[in-house]
Ligand binder design. Sequence first.
Ligand code: 5GP
Length: 208
Amino acid sequence: MSGKLFVISGPSGAGKNTVLNRVITLRDRVRYSVSATSRPIRPGEIDGKNYYFVSREDFEKLIAQDALLEHAEYVGNYYGTPIEPIRRSLAEGVDIVMDVEVVGALKIKKRMPEAVLVFLTAPSLQEIRRRLESRGDVSEEKMTERLARARWEYEQAYQYEYLVINDDVDRAAAELMAIMSAEKSKMMDRFHLLKEELSCFTPQCPNC
Ligand code: 5GP
């Protein structure tokens, strides 16, 4: 059975990374899609793990080569999803979780309608501001931009299939994993299992 794509969006400061890390640690056969970005690396981030950090020029080459499933500009920087690792994982039957802002997520849904869209956010916009401030690396101007963007993202959230409120990392991760399990149990995706059984379900079969 091929893997499933879970696209997680939500404002910067919602705690998506922490929740996704928890899910990847706890759940089998799931990989995180590492995006490419032209934004500068932050302290503590690792190239190739958190993002592939590239120049704007190199990012534009990736666009020209059609190497991205989607891309979007967010607060002045490019972000995009390399397509090849996704193809490979899905073919291997490994699920993918990805952290993509709203414009990119909706592009993915158009291109791959079977992708599952989950909006994950903090309990309030005040909490998002507090989390961004505690990072200490976001200027007041960028903060205003990110909060305005968060408001706009809330307005788009009705286009998502699920909403997870990150009031507690363990609880939010458990909820996301429950969504993943439910999506993977859908009859449409599993009917082949019954069909295999039916093909064997004959009076001649010694096991049936
Ligand atoms: P940050 O700079 O805080 O790491 O990420 C900023 C925003 O970029 C987040 O909302 C995140 O979801 C989004 N983002 C990260 N990777 C991608 C990507 O590959 N494509 C798109 N469209 N957005 C992304």
